[in-house]
Design a binder for this molecule. Structure first.
Ligand code: PGA
Length: 254
């Protein structure tokens, strides 16, 4: 049976002391209120990684992740952070190919694939994001768009590499808009992604891959979304900046 993951994506929020305080509150709440085996992964800006990873020691169901990494191992890339550097902070995960990076930093699926490979080489678990735009959805081209993103961002990987990935479906029109995909819409897409994984790899891989939903996920809609058979958790942006809201989402799997 595959597990469940609720991942936070703080994006470019939280100054250093505020981030520490937020994470400490989350740990306290998770410790007293979360009864299930679900994994919580807090993905945060680089400045927080080491301190959060230290705070997470002794909490086996809580992990820390970055929001991006560079595609090279090391070198003259002023201002960049490598996968190995992230790993050395104690972080276990990295979000790759988020639609905001694809849009504002021009990241292509081919680049996302390179980053995924270097993350895996450095024993980080990549959370690879895919999602269609509002226009693609309006033209009923969401499946075609997601298939292309899978083909170029993740499917070039071999089975051993792919088996370590988490895939997050984040419809761009639902991110930060309060316009969540309906549970049925999200389930349709997650089923499609699983079928594509079975075609590219095999049924066992499809059954074992964790697929997260992201896009205006809140405590009140998480219950229905997370009860869909092909949804294994969420990638939470806005609601992860509030410990109470975020832990209420984590608790859906209690
Ligand atoms: P949101 O962001 O929950 O604020 O919509 C999700 C994401 O971008 O990962």
């Amino acid at each position: 049976m595959r597990g469940k993951i609720i991942a936070a994506n703080w994006k470019m929020n939280m100054k250093y002391p505020a981030g520490l305080a937020l994470f400490s509150d989350m740990i306290d709440m998770i410790h007293t209120e979360v009864t299930g085996p679900q994994q919580t992964v807090v993905c945060c800006p680089f400045i927080h990684l080491h301190a959060l990873a230290q705070l997470a020691i002794g909490h086996p169901t809580i992990s820390v992740g970055a929001e991006n990494c560079h595609e090279a191992e090391s070198g003259a890339f002023t201002g960049e952070i490598s996968a190995g550097m992230i790993r050395s902070t104690g972080a276990d995960y990295v979000i790759l190919g988020h639609s905001e990076r694809r849009k504002y930093n021009g990241e292509t699926s081919a680049l996302v694939c390179k980053k995924t490979e270097i993350a895996l080489k450095n024993t980080l678990n990549p959370i690879v994001c895919i999602g269609e735009t509002k226009e693609e959805r309006a033209a009923n081209r969401q499946f075609e768009c997601l298939k292309r993103q899978l083909d170029d961002s993740a499917f070039p990987l071999d089975s051993n590499q792919f088996s370590k990935l988490v895939i997050a479906y984040e419809p761009i029109w639902a991110i930060g808009t309060s316009q969540t995909a309906s549970a049925a819409q999200a389930q349709d897409i997650h089923r499609f992604i699983r079928q594509e994984i079975a075609i590219r790899y095999d049924q066992e891989m499809a059954d074992n891959t964790l697929l997260l939903y992201g896009g205006s996920c809140k405590p009140d809609n998480a219950v229905e979304l997370f009860s869909q058979p092909d949804i294994d958790g969420g990638l939470i942006g806005g609601a992860s900046l509030n410990a109470r809201e975020f832990v209420d989402i984590v608790k859906v799997y209690n």
